[in-house]
Design a protein around this ligand. Structure first.
Ligand code: ATP
Length: 589
C-alpha cells in the first residue's frame, strides 16, 4: 500500500534534513537576539540624554568610549541600531535561504513521488480523475504545501521565540502595557484575518466571473467560423456581453469593499493604538514608568505585529495544507498497473491468446463480454463491428493500456498479469485513429524524442507512410513544428505520421485502429502496398469500418455489443447469413 501524504510524512521528510534545520534554527535564535533589543535603544536616550538622567547607556559609553554631547550619544546609538538592523537582515536572509532550500527539497520529493506513481497508474484509474484535476494537484496543491512548509520551517519557530523574548522584555518594562501589547495585537490580527476572509470571498466571486467570461469567449472565438456558419453571432456575443457584465458587478463589489474593509481594520488598529498611547501617558504620569520606556513600548507594539500575524497565518495555511493533502492523496490512491516481471524480448514472435475476456469502463455496463480468440504470430486479422461494439477497447487491452476485469490474455502462453508492461508495449504498437501529437517538431513526434535515430531512417519511414513529399515540401522539413496537438497537420497527415512513428518503433505486433480512416482509398492502397514488406512477418490486427481496409486480413473477428458474434475467413463468412454478410452488403450498397 502506498504511504499517504500526511503531516507526519511531511515531518519525516523535514527531519531528513536535520542538520540544515538545526543550523537554520541556530541562526534564527541569533537573529532574534539581535532584533529584540532594537526598539529599546534609541527611546532610552530620551531619559538618559534628553532628560539628563544618565544610566546604563550613557555610563557605559562614558566609561569605554569617552563622554560627549547629546549629538555624540544619539549618533553613536543610531549607528549601533543601524548595524544591528543590518546584522538582523543578514541572518534573516541566511535562515530564509536554509529553510527555503529544505522546503524545496521536501516539495520536490512529494512531486517526484506523485510523478513516479502517475507513471504507473492504469488508464482506467487515470481517467477516473482526469488530466485537469491531476495537473491541479501537481501544481496548485503542491504549491499550497510548499507555502505551508516554508511557514512552519521558518516562521513558526522564529515567531514563537520572538514573541517569548519580547514578552519577557515588555512585561519586565511594564506589566500593564506589556499585557496590553500581548492582547491587542492577536485580537487585531484575528479581526483583520476575518476581514481578509470576507475580501477573499469577494475576490473569489470576481475570479469566478472572469473565468466564466474567459471560457465563454475562448469557446466563442475557437468556434467563430461554426457560429458564423449557423448565423448565431448575435446570440453568442450577447452571452459574452452578459458574462462581461457579471465581471463589472463582481469587480465593483470587490474593489470598493476590499478598500473599505482594509481601512476599517486599520482604523480599529489606530483606535487601539490611541488607547494604548493614552495608557502609556497615564502610566508615566501616575507610576514610575519613564518617558523613554514609554516610547520603547510604542515601538514594541509595532514589533510584535509580524510574529503574531505569522503565527495566525500558519494556522490558516495549515487548514489549506490539510485540504491540499486530501486532494494529493487522491492521486496516490489511483491504482497502479499490475506489472509482472517477465519481459517479452524485443521483436520476438508473439502468439496472442484471448481467453474469456471481460471488461467494463463503468459498473453499469459490460463493454466486453466473455471474448475468446487466438492470434498466431505473423497472422493478419481484422476486427470489425458496429460503432461502439468494443473494437478499440479490445485493442487497447491487448496493448496493455487498460487492465482486464476477468479472463486472461496470454502472450506466448504468459498471462498479461505476469508480463512487464513496458516490454509488452515495446512489442505491440497501437496506431490510433486520432493520434495526438506533441507541440514539437515532426522529428520529435516521429521518434518520440529518441535522439539516436538518423534522419535517413526517418525519411525511409516517411516514404513508406506516404508522407515524404509532404515533409519535403515544408520549408523546415523535419524541424517543422506541428502546433498544439498537431493542429498544423491535416487529419490524414497526422495518421500517416503516426504510422511513420510505428515504423520507427518496429514492433512485432501492429494494431491499426481505424488508423487510415482519414485517407482517400488511393493513398490507403499505396500505403498498404508499401507497408507490405515491412509488415510481412509481423502480426497485424486491423480495426476498420471500410471493407477495403480489412480485405487484406486473412481472418475476421466480428464484434457486436461487446460480444464476439462471428469469426472466420472473408470467403466463408460471406456465404453465411449473419453480421458479416450484413456488413458487406451495407458497404456494397
Ligand atoms: N474511456 C471510456 N470511458 C467510458 N466508456 C468508454 C470509454 N471508451 C469507450 N467507452 C464506451 O465503450 C463502448 C465501446 O467503445 P469502443 O471505442 O471500444 O467501440 P468501437 O467499436 O471502437 O467504436 P468506434 O467504431 O465508434 O470507434 C462504447 O459504448 C463507448 O461509449
Amino acid at each position: 500500500m502506498n504511504e499517504q501524504i500526511s503531516l507526519k510524512y511531511i515531518y519525516k521528510l523535514l527531519i531528513r534534513n536535520k542538520k540544515y534545520l538545526l543550523i537554520g534554527q541556530f541562526f534564527t535564535v541569533i537573529a532574534i537576539l539581535i532584533s529584540v533589543p532594537i526598539p529599546l535603544l534609541l527611546p532610552l536616550l530620551v531619559d538618559e540624554v534628553l532628560l539628563d538622567k544618565p544610566d546604563f547607556f550613557v555610563n557605559n559609553i562614558d566609561r569605554f568610549l569617552g563622554s560627549g554631547d547629546a549629538f555624540y550619544y544619539v549618533a553613536l546609538v543610531t549607528v549601533v541600531v543601524i548595524i544591528l538592523r543590518f546584522l538582523h537582515f543578514i541572518f534573516s536572509v541566511i535562515t530564509t535561504k536554509i529553510f527555503t532550500k529544505i522546503s524545496k527539497i521536501v516539495i520536490f520529493d512529494i512531486r517526484k513521488r506523485l510523478l513516479n506513481h502517475l507513471e504507473k497508474v492504469t488508464m482506467n484509474e487515470y481517467e477516473s480523475l482526469g488530466s485537469g484535476k491531476i495537473s491541479a494537484n501537481l501544481i496548485t496543491d503542491v504549491n499550497t504545501l510548499d507555502n505551508f512548509i516554508v511557514s512552519i520551517a521558518s516562521k513558526l519557530v522564529t515567531s514563537v521565540l520572538t514573541l517569548i523574548a519580547v514578552a519577557i522584555v515588555i512585561i519586565k518594562i511594564d506589566l500593564i502595557l506589556g499585557l496590553m501589547i500581548l492582547l491587542i495585537q492577536p485580537t487585531l490580527a484575528i479581526i483583520s484575518k476575518k476581514i481578509a476572509q470576507k475580501t477573499g470571498e469577494l475576490k473569489k466571486e470576481e475570479n469566478a466571473s472572469i473565468e466564466a467570461f474567459q471560457s465563454n469567449i475562448n469557446e466563442t472565438l475557437d468556434l467563430f467560423s461554426q457560429i458564423k456558419a449557423s448565423n448565431k453571432e448575435k446570440q453568442f456575443f450577447k452571452e459574452s456581453i452578459s458574462k462581461a457584465n457579471a465581471i463589472k458587478i463582481a469587480s465593483n463589489e470587490y474593489n470598493y469593499k476590499s478598500v473599505a474593509y482594509e481601512k476599517f481594520s486599520y482604523t480599529i488598529f489606530l483606535f487601539a493604538f490611541e488607547i494604548f498611547r493614552a495608557t502609556g501617558l497615564l502610566l508615566v504620569a501616575y507610576s514610575d514608568l519613564s518617558i523613554g520606556l514609554m516610547f520603547a513600548m510604542f515601538g514594541y507594539i509595532w514589533f510584535v505585529m509580524t510574529p503574531v500575524q505569522d503565527i495566525l497565518s500558519i494556522q490558516y495555511s495549515l487548514a489549506s495544507a490539510k485540504a491540499a493533502i486530501g486532494r494529493i492523496n487522491k492521486v496516490l490512491d489511483l491504482e497502479c498497473e499490475n506489472n509482472g516481471n517477465i519481459k517479452l524480448e524485443n521483436s520476438q514472435k508473439i502468439d496472442i491468446s484471448i481467453q474469456n475476456l471481460c471488461f467494463s469502463y463503468t459498473k453499469e455496463k459490460k463493454t466486453l463480454n466473455n471474448i475468446s480468440f487466438d492470434i498466431k504470430s505473423g497472422e493478419k486479422v481484422a476486427i470489425i463491428g458496429a460503432s461502439g461494439s468494443g473494437k478499440t477497447t479490445i485493442s487497447q487491452i491487448i496493448a496493455g493500456f487498460y487492465a482486464k476485469e476477468s479472463g486472461d490474455i496470454l502472450y506466448n502462453n504468459i498471462s498479461i498479469d505476469n508480463i512487464d508492461k513496458h516490454s509488452l508495449r515495446e512489442n505491440i504498437f497501437l496506431v490510433l485513429q486520432m493520434p495526438i501529437l506533441f507541440n514539437n517538431t515532426l522529428r520529435f513526434n516521429i521518434t518520440m524524442g529518441e535522439e539516436n535515430i538518423s534522419d535517413e531512417k526517418i525519411y525511409e519511414a516517411l516514404k513508406i507512410a506516404q508522407l515524404l513529399e509532404t515533409v519535403e515540401s515544408m520549408p523546415k522539413k523535419l524541424d517543422t513544428i506541428v502546433g498544439k496537438l498537431g493542429i498544423r497537420l491535416s487529419g490524414g497527415q497526422r495518421q500517416r505520421l503516426s504510422i511513420a512513428r510505428m515504423i520507427i518503433a518496429n514492433p512485432s505486433v501492429v494494431i491499426f485502429d481505424e488508423s487510415t480512416s482519414a485517407l482517400d482509398v488511393q493513398t490507403e492502397t499505396n500505403l498498404f502496398n508499401d507497408l507490405e514488406e515491412f509488415l510481412k512477418h509481423k502480426t497485424v490486427i486491423t480495426i476498420a469500418h471500410r471493407l477495403s481496409t480489412v480485405k487484406n486480413a486473412s481472418f475476421v473477428y466480428m464484434l457486436d455489443d461487446g460480444e464476439l458474434v462471428q469469426s472466420g475467413m472473408h470467403e466463408e463468412l460471406e456465404k453465411i447469413n449473419g453480421h458479416y454478410k450484413q456488413f458487406v452488403n451495407q458497404q456494397l450498397s
